[in-house]
Ligand binder design. Structure first.
Ligand SMILES: Cc1cc2nc3c(=O)[nH]c(=O)nc-3n(C[C@H](O)[C@H](O)[C@H](O)COP(=O)(O)O)c2cc1C
Length: 204
């Protein structure tokens, strides 16, 4: 639907897509850390990802089977999902370079810190970390779905908040913009939000 200047609404013309990548779509941009066969930490950005469950008990992301991330997660059955803030966009790009026999986290200009429960490290500069144990890998045509159970979560203290304090939380976001990937080749710094008003009698 398109809203015109005089306030009237008219339906946009629909075209049939014959290939992907010709529309905007927002995705969470995460850095997945795993451990390689010799124990060196590996990092890769992923955008096809989601947490699952009303209490965010599971996490799933799509991964090309040729990637080290896939092979490491399959072998060690653990991975960590790290959320970078908007200030880390250059490091996120650097993390997309695959390297053999080296600490990819350090190569990307980032710092490893131990995780609370699993062996792959957290990334210190990221603000949120979901530590996962592998539940299942579903191989699809040219990508695979990696599903894990979240076994520990940690967040930067200054970015933790209580729900229901919308004004304070909107201000917090304006001071610490988060990062979103705008598929296929843009990103956004999200620093402006409005409170979502749920319908009355809404039951989640
Ligand atoms: C912004 C961005 C998003 C990406 N998203 C995905 C993704 O969702 N799934 C995937 O398999 N690869 C994705 N990639 C590609 C890999 O993460 C990248 O090639 C990485 O170097 C693989 O490293 P690895 O072999 O160490 O796992 C993405 C790359 C970039 C730059």
């Amino acid at each position: 639907m398109i809203l015109t200047e005089n306030g009237s609404v008219h339906m946009a013309e629909k075209i049939v897509l014959d290939s992907h990548g010709r529309y905007f779509d927002v995705k969470p941009l995460i850095l997945v850390t795993t451990l390689g066969p010799t124990g060196l930490p590996n990092v890769a950005p992923k955008t096809q990802d989601m947490d699952i469950g009303r209490r965010e008990q599971y996490f799933a992301f799509a991964c090309t089977p040729q990637h080290h991330t896939y092979q490491n997660a399959k072998a060690n059955e653990e991975f960590v999902v790290n959320y970078p803030g908007a200030e880390l966009i250059e490091e996120v790009s650097a993390a997309a370079q695959a390297a053999e026999d080296s600490d990819e986290i350090a190569l990307a200009g980032l710092t490893s810190i131990p995780s609370l429960v699993v062996k792959p490290p957290r990334i210190k500069e990221c603000y949120l970390h979901l530590e996962c144990r592998l539940l299942e890998i579903r191989d699809l045509e040219d990508s695979s779905l990696i599903l894990g159970r979240i076994v520990a979560r940690s967040v930067d203290k200054e970015l933790s908040f209580e729900r229901g304090k919308s004004k304070e939380n909107i201000k917090l976001l304006s001071e610490h913009p988060i990062l979103a990937y705008v598929h296929p080749d843009h990103y956004a710094k999200i620093s402006v939000a409005e409170e979502f008003v749920f319908p009355r009698n809404y039951k989640p």
